[in-house]
Design a binder for this molecule. Structure first.
Ligand code: AMP
Length: 421
């Protein structure tokens, strides 16, 4: 029988990597708390309509990347391809932004998109996501960008670039769309096949095309800044001023439109110089129409998502540290088989007193146990002599010194020793 492997585009996060993963999540979690964001846990699957209406029918995500299936009750269900629509759904359903109040929420977890896998692009990938709901002021956009930059600063990421744009609103975008249509129609023969279909359905997405010939046409396209309405213009000015106030440098990119329809006004990405083709570590922006698109009252929002897989790649590439590798403090070894019971009792006591400890549970010889103990700080040894004296021999594995401690005082002794590290 053939061996069953993980599905294409998925991967296992093994113990050699998972402790680094935990460091990234803990750092993000602490930063979120410091910025006043509370964690929210959401379902991994939602009704398909949430994404088709929220993210947009003509987006790549909805058109070709969703994992959609019919459940046993005949409902169309989709594994979430992104988190924002789910957060907004939860906020509406649970009335989190009632009567003009606001909610600052974050979450992290797996997302699913049926894309062509490559370095930094997976079909199951992980995002850390923050959303500030209920505030239309540009200060919220600045705070969200500040938050994403701060997470990366704490993680020690270097060589990052903040790229911003404004994609306008329902008032000014149709005017811009018309200008784009005129321009792209005049250069139809230079567009790739995908962009020709975008021309019909969503011409803004052509600006985002990575193909060279489309890129040239897009570079020559009318500038969105010339089409923004007064409100969008002044909002964008406030965002830029806010970033400058905090001492952030940013690049303007009129071609940054991002792949999700719900964006209004601010769109931004954080790019890494160390990632190759998939160079975005975070992306986000404002989405003032998402709530109404999914059937709620108007709730403005701004947020971002960053890819944990990509953060990990950049951190490895840049030699960043991940805090300390987890270590177990004490190893409890049995000199002979008769002492194994006492060893298990002592290990149990140590664990109950928050002393990270392990003992052999596979029946290894004393010599093999002590070989294992090498990576610990202390070895607690119990044999016939210790049992007779109701004591434990505790060996400091750094300097090889050894003491005999009454069995009942082992916890106290190791606590004192731990305080010295
Ligand atoms: P998006 O939801 O497309 O705006 O993506 C936000 C962030 O999620 C990106 O900047 C990436 O860091 C990450 N990301 C998006 N798609 C993938 C993927 N297929 N594999 C790994 N990371 C991804």
């Amino acid at each position: 029988m053939s061996i069953i492997s993980a599905p294409r585009g998925t991967r296992d996060i093994l113990p050699s990597e998972s402790w680094k993963w935990e460091y990234i999540i803990n750092t993000a979690s602490q930063t979120m708390k410091d910025f006043g964001f509370s964690e929210i846990h959401l379902p991994i699957f939602e009704h398909t309509e949430l994404f088709s209406r929220g993210v947009g029918e003509t987006t790549d995500i909805v058109e070709k990347e969703m994992y959609t299936f019919e459940d046993r009750g005949g409902r169309s269900i989709t594994l979430r391809p992104e988190a924002t629509a789910g957060v907004m759904r939860a906020a509406i359903e649970n009335n989190l932004c009632a009567q003009g109040s606001f909610a600052k929420l974050w979450n992290w977890g797996p997302m699913f998109r049926h894309e062509r896998p490559q370095k930094g692009r997976y079909r199951q990938f992980y995002q850390i996501d923050a959303e500030c709901l209920g505030i239309s002021n540009a200060m919220a956009d600045v705070e969200v960008i500040e938050l994403s930059v701060e997470i990366f600063r704490r993680l020690g990421l270097k060589n990052l670039e903040v790229v911003i744009n404004s994609v306008g609103c329902e008032k000014c975008r149709p005017i811009y769309r018309e200008k784009l249509l005129q321009h792209f129609n005049a250069h139809k023969d230079e567009l790739c096949e995908t962009c020709l279909t975008r021309l019909e359905r969503n011409p803004l997405r052509i600006l985002d095309c990575k193909k060279e010939s489309c890129g040239h046409v897009a570079d020559e396209a009318p500038d969105i800044f010339d089409s923004l309405c007064e409100e969008c213009k002044s909002h964008f000015d406030e965002v830029k001023k806010g970033l400058e106030r905090l001492g952030f440098t940013y690049t303007l990119n009129k071609r940054l439109v991002r792949g999700l329809d719900y964006y209004t006004k601010t769109a931004y990405e954080i790019l890494s110089g160390d990632l190759g083709a998939q160079n975005a570590v975070a992306g986000g922006g404002r989405y003032d129409n998402l709530a109404s698109a999914i059937g709620g009252n108007k709730i403005p929002g701004v947020g971002f998502a960053c890819g944990v897989d990509r953060i990990m790649l950049v951190m490895e590439e840049q030699g960043c540290t991940f805090g300390n590798e987890p270590e177990t403090f004490a190893y409890v070894a049995a000199l002979d088989n008769d002492s194994r019971g006492a060893v298990q009792i002592l290990t149990h006591e140590l664990r109950k007193n928050n002393i990270a400890s392990e003992c052999d549970i596979s029946g290894k010889s004393f010599k093999a146990q002590m070989k294992n103990a090498g990576k610990y700080k202390f070895a607690c040894i119990i044999g016939a002599e210790e049992i007779a004296k109701n004591s434990v021999s505790i060996k400091n594995l750094t300097d090889s010194s050894q003491v005999s401690v009454p069995f009942d005082e082992a916890v106290k002794y190791l606590h004192e020793q731990a305080a010295r590290f």
